[in-house]
Design a protein around this ligand. Structure first.
Ligand SMILES: Nc1ncnc2c1ncn2[C@@H]1O[C@H](COP(=O)(O)OP(=O)(O)OP(=O)(O)O)[C@@H](O)[C@H]1O
Length: 225
């Protein structure tokens, strides 16, 4: 059997250790995601979903525990190597789109590909194809401020997938949209994900959206049930 795409073992994380404001967020969290699996991460607000996703996505480090991506241990790698793995293997979607305001939708999807060494012509073709898949192709040359919230978030999905990552991590990807838009935009995300071999961990408060994924895991008191 192939290695899990993501294996988190015994993660602990405490913010502001030793201060009155100390908060112990992760208390030995374990999670395994197999290749191709799409997993919902459901938890109450403040339970540590973002912390777990940031550690899984190599944006933060745990106090203790291990992160393996595709069977390779990440916790011992240099910062430079972790950045390389993050760029090549991980796509991240935030609750707010975080698109670069001075660039068009197309350019926002092209830039991470150029940073990874993809030739411009190829990067643009990939960006147009992705925008087409999520129904935003006619808006390719608009800047984020000229797009609706749902369109902005769909562009952010394309950006996360532009480098063909193996693992997608999403933190409340439709959390700032109204329920109808959230439903449609989430459908666009699932269509994108299901059209690939991608594995995904998607945090959501929305149990209906969670039920559309392969498996639902819950976080409580710093562990994943
Ligand atoms: N940099 C930080 N410094 C101190 N405390 C932090 C920091 N980041 C998060 N926290 C605290 O850690 C706890 C978990 O935060 P986290 O953002 O991981 O939760 P979450 O489950 O994603 O919450 P939400 O669903 O509201 O986004 C919260 O109590 C938060 O206030």
């Amino acid at each position: 059997m192939s290695d899990p795409i993501l294996k988190l073992s015994g993660l602990t994380k405490t913010y502001n250790r030793g201060k009155p404001s100390e908060v112990q967020v992760l208390r030995g969290a374990d999670l395994v995601i197999q290749p191709g699996e799409v997993v919902a991460l459901v938890a109450p607000s403040g339970a540590g979903k973002s912390t777990l996703l940031h550690i899984a996505g190599l944006l933060d480090t745990p106090d203790e525990g291990h992160v393996a991506i595709g069977g390779r241990e990440m916790t011992k790698l240099s910062d430079r190597r972790r950045t390389q793995v993050r760029r090549a293997d991980v796509g991240f979607i935030y609750q707010f789109h975080h698109l670069l305001p001075e660039f068009t939708a197309l350019e926002n999807i092209v830039l991470p590909q150029l940073a990874s060494g993809t030739p411009r012509r190829e990067a643009e073709a990939c960006a147009r194809e992705l925008l087409d898949q999520v129904g935003v192709a006619p808006r390719a040359d608009h800047r984020p401020a000229a797009l609706s919230g749902g369109e902005q978030q769909r562009v952010a999905f394309c950006r996360a997938l532009a480098n063909a990552p193996r693992l997608l991590l999403a933190d409340e990807p439709t959390g700032n949209l109204d329920p109808d838009t959230s439903d449609r935009v989430f459908g666009a995300l699932m269509a994108l994900v299901r059209g690939t071999e991608l594995s995904a961990l998607i945090a959501t408060h929305n149990l209906e959206l969670a039920s559309r994924m392969d498996r639902v895991v819950r976080m409580d008191h710093g562990v994943v049930a």
